[in-house]
Design a protein around this ligand. Structure first.
Ligand code: DX5
Ligand code: ZN
Length: 229
């Protein structure tokens, strides 16, 4: 997985058909997805519940690109090994999920994965300032985590601050929540390179009719790369 800052679109399968994940993953990848974003929720850290390691392991067989696993769970550390075994390429933990994110990020890398750290909207950029050398990705939440289809919360000033803090380090800035062709250019202009999108990718399409997935992905990418330039 070579590092670059080109814009990458990561569809969140939270907006896919939950009875058909394999075909949904293949459909969005065929339609141009760069990464697949997998939202793990525990009904405790966030008020919603999705899936755990056995399901994620089953998704792995269908992912040809990069499996980007976003943990909205607390605690994190007891489950790191299970997500490594499930085949996560990137494992992201919330900085709010526990007191020892520094140790968590070390453990994620030690288990052979790229380490991500996510920030809720109310958490300042400075919360990760001393973690950047242990981190491969900072995920800036632009909604309060838990559900797809929520309204974008403007975090462009946080993204700008993070972009400056990161400097030349090979650390991605990922945006998660309410990304669409209107909001994508704002965050890319501020320094983000990975755009998670659930409802804005899956709307209008299905595994039987996947062309809208491609139109939606291209719509976000084109808006992000042309308007932000
Ligand atoms: C929110 C999840 C997001 C969500 C994004 O808790 O982390 O990945 O699926 O969905 P949209 O793009 O619909 O806001
Ligand atoms: Zn997510």
């Amino acid at each position: 997985m070579p590092f670059d800052r080109t814009v990458k679109i990561a569809p969140s399968i939270l907006s896919a058909d939950f009875a058909d994940f394999g075909r949904e993953i293949r459909a969005v990848e065929d339609q141009g997805a760069d990464w697949i974003h997998v939202d793990v929720m525990d009904g405790h850290f966030v008020p919603n519940l999705t899936f755990g390691p056995p399901a994620v392991k089953a998704f792995r067989k269908h992912v040809k690109t990069v499996m980007d696993v976003h943990l909205m769970i607390a605690p994190v550390d007891p489950y790191i090994e299970a997500y490594a075994e499930a085949g996560a390429d990137i494992l992201t933990a919330h900085v709010e999920a526990g007191a020892h994110t520094h140790r968590t990020l070390q453990a994620i890398r030690a288990a052979g994965m790229k380490a991500g750290v996510a920030l809720n909207p109310g958490t300042p950029a400075q919360a990760v300032e001393h973690l950047l050398d242990l981190t491969d990705l900072v995920c800036v939440m632009t909604v309060n985590p838990g559900f797809g289809g929520q309204k974008f919360i403007d975090m462009t000033s946080k993204v700008r601050t993070l972009r400056q803090m990161i400097g030349d380090r090979p650390v991605h800035i990922e945006i998660d929540g309410g990304v669409d062709p209107t909001t994508a250019p704002l965050v890319v202009e501020a320094g983000a390179d990975v755009l998670v999108a659930g409802s804005a990718v899956f709307r209008g399409g299905s595994v039987e009719n996947p062309a809208p997935y491609g139109e939606n992905i291209r719509g976000i990418r084109t808006a992000a790369t042309t308007l932000a330039a």
